[in-house]
Design a protein around this ligand. Structure first.
Ligand code: O7M
Length: 211
């Protein structure tokens, strides 16, 4: 049976809260995704602290020139991240630069194809981004659960690499994407819940049933 993993998007601002929630839900998640809100509030050292609980995906949506992108990726890996996220639209050279750093650390690189919130400027481009991710040997893509038909199309392009889908819960994404995804990314539906552990458990169980 195919197992779909739950990734916690930990977009809270306080260190204690982040560590408490991560510890609370650790039995139900495979990874913790750390984004700018937490790192800009607590410092990059939070990646190392959270890594003691679960592997961390550094979601800096890297989208700069190769030189700068490499520095950002290196900071993430040196601080304990197991994977980094890069924007595909930044281009092949940027993705290659990030991949080169990842190799040094035995880390993974996931490429954003299109955003859950808008496809306005991604139409006709996200398929090319997905193709590039496979050609360069990236480990996964980020695809929108808010548009399951796009996740299906992207799956046809990328085949067996990881597909991580945000948007379930607060953004109203569809669980239909479990047909194609390897990971579901959930933030607010867990960390804003009165009982994050119970919410994570419920989502985890739902994912097991839908498998
Ligand atoms: O469940 P939420 O909506 O509270 O959180 C979703 C998380 O996924 C949050 O960290 C977003 O930054 C991220 N995300 C999206 O919501 N949409 C996207 O298209 C892409 C991402 C993402 O994780 O990109 C790597």
């Amino acid at each position: 049976m195919r197992k779909i993993e739950l990734v916690l998007a930990l977009d809270v601002l306080e260190r204690e809260k982040a560590l408490d929630i991560a510890n609370d839900v650790k039995d139900y998640i495979s990874h913790i995704k750390v984004n700018y809100p937490l790192v800009l509030s607590c410092g990059v050292g939070i990646i190392g602290e959270l890594s003691k609980i679960k592997p961390v995906i550094a979601d800096f949506k890297i989208a700069d020139i190769p030189y700068t992108s490499e520095i950002i990726a290196r900071i993430a890996f040196e601080n304990g991240a197991k994977a980094v996220i890069v924007h595909g639209f930044a281009g092949r050279e940027t993705v290659k630069a990030v991949l080169n750093v990842a190799k040094e650390f035995d880390g993974e690189v996931y490429v954003v194809t299109e955003l859950t919130s808008s496809e306005e400027f991604f139409k006709g481009i996200s398929d090319k981004i997905a193709k590039m991710a496979v050609e360069l040997g990236c480990h996964g893509i980020i695809a929108p659960s808010t548009r399951p038909e796009r996740v299906k199309a992207l799956k046809e392009i990328v085949g067996d690499i990881k597909i991580l889908c945000p948007g379930i819960g607060a953004q109203g994404g569809s669980l239909e994407v479990v047909k194609y995804a390897t990971h579901i990314i959930v933030g607010r539906a867990i960390y804003n819940s009165k009982n994050p552990k119970k919410s994570a458990e419920e989502i985890y169980k739902k994912l097991s049933q839908l498998d």
